[in-house]
Design a protein around this ligand. Sequence first.
Ligand SMILES: NC(=O)c1ccc[n+]([C@@H]2O[C@H](COP(=O)([O-])OP(=O)(O)OC[C@H]3O[C@@H](n4cnc5c(N)ncnc54)[C@H](O)[C@@H]3O)[C@@H](O)[C@H]2O)c1
Length: 335
Amino acid sequence: MKIAVLGSGGWGTTLAMLLFENGHDVTLWSYTQEESDQLKKTRVNPLLPKDVVLPMGLQYTANITCVKDCDIVVMATPSFAVRDTAKKIKTYLKEGAIVVSVSKGMEKDSFLRLSEVITQEIGEKYPVVVLTGPTHAEEVAKRMPTGCVAACEDIAVAETIQDLFINSYFRVYSTNDVIGVEVGAALKNVLALCAGCTVGMGYGDNTKAILMTRGITEIARLGVAMGGKRETFAGLAGIGDLIVTCTSLNSRNNRAGILIGQGVPVTEAITQIGAVVEGYYAVDSIYWLAKKMGVEMPITEAAYRTFYENADMKTVIRELMTREKRREIDNIDLP
Ligand SMILES: NC(=O)c1ccc[n+]([C@@H]2O[C@H](COP(=O)([O-])OP(=O)(O)OC[C@H]3O[C@@H](n4cnc5c(N)ncnc54)[C@H](O)[C@@H]3O)[C@@H](O)[C@H]2O)c1
């Protein structure tokens, strides 16, 4: 198949390599001409490990019209650039093309999921598949066994994308729960930031475990209220992505949290990381979204008070621990 991958960060580059290796005709689009020329010349992406060399035969461009003959268009830009990029491709998309969204996040202020943003721009006639899960680009680029999930309301389209990406080191599952997988991906960074804080404060594995477990419970609560399926949050896009993000030092959010937990002021910690700390902005969006929808999210609320209202972290955690006792599972069947 003829495929364009839009966005030549670590993830877009890795997926372009993988699809090329799977036997497809792949063009990697960069946001700037300079980035594209550099990739073409060096066949190395500085955002990936040094020994990862891009295969001969992969094509490079900074011209967005590259999407015009493509059967599949993979959108791998940062989340803030998704709307603009979708706007740019709209007039060039070929009849019957499928768009794959691999960016993670929610649109600020509108609270829209990224697949909704794409559909708003390109129209309903092009199906959008969300491909997400616990997938560090650095590891996939080195062909380390990895799992993820392809989601589309039309399961047959999700399966087409599953077939396109699946190989011996990249195992792809399919689902029709688009809302569930996108909410899981967008919210995990909030918890990664919080998990980092507990490590920075000197707390141990027990603290991280209760944070992650009760965290996925509240993510699921919001996801179900938005229309997702509860089971999805026990899968790769839910707890799977949460495990990777909260336990890995590759995660910028986790590293920023560690600094904050050690007492570095929030804005200074973010500056030290030197890249966008999505979790910090997500706390603000999710806090207000949960309020608007009337969903109880005590950890997100505690994070909001800590990062935006300067509340003392130890006090906030004590308050979380001493909330009114409750059953672990809502609506559990009791004898
Ligand atoms: N890196 C990973 O391991 C990974 C894994 C899964 C999903 N993702 C998601 O994929 C998306 C891309 O992440 P990444 O790590 O590859 O790259 P990134 O977020 O580091 O972005 C870098 C790329 O975005 C391009 N860019 C910057 N501004 C742009 C704009 N206005 N329009 C279009 N492109 C622009 C840059 O030129 C660069 O190529 C993110 O949403 C991320 O959450 C990343």
